[in-house]
Design a protein around this ligand. Structure first.
Ligand SMILES: [Zn+2]
Length: 127
């Protein structure tokens, strides 16, 4: 056996460990994104616990997480009672007041509810 082979034998477990660590970190981050602990699943735990579990028994916890994650994504798993996902607040502007018309004086677009043209200052009456 030459030196090259010995390097390879040491190198491979190192790569595997890195891959396991990366997948554990990914599972932790991903589970917090999909809010895993709010779902009715046997794997329902905090991202940090999942990360640790993954690190300790990767061969069981990681495939398990992938299965649970797939079910959550497909909507098979329900949220726990009283739980709701913390969705970002969507601010939608009222569409009816955002309709624009051309100002009859300067031909620039102004809102239909405007009383004065913001471009030329003319009095408007679209009604
Ligand atoms: Zn105008």
């Amino acid at each position: 056996m030459n030196n090259g082979d010995q390097d390879l034998i040491l190198f491979i477990p190192c790569i595997v460990e890195i891959l396991i660590l990366i997948s554990c970190i990914w599972a932790g981050i991903d589970s917090s994104k999909i809010e895993l602990k709010k779902y009715k699943t046997s794997l329902s735990c905090s991202p940090f616990v999942l990360f640790l579990g993954c690190l300790l028994v990767w061969i069981i916890v990681f495939p398990w997480y992938l299965i649970v994650r797939g079910k959550i994504k497909s909507g098979t798993i329900q949220l726990k009672d009283g739980m709701s996902l913390s969705q970002p607040v969507i601010t939608t502007e009222p569409t009816d007041s955002r309709i624009e018309k051309k100002c009859p004086h300067c031909a620039e677009p102004v809102l239909i509810d405007a009383k004065l043209c913001k471009h030329c200052g003319s009095k408007l009456d679209f009604q």
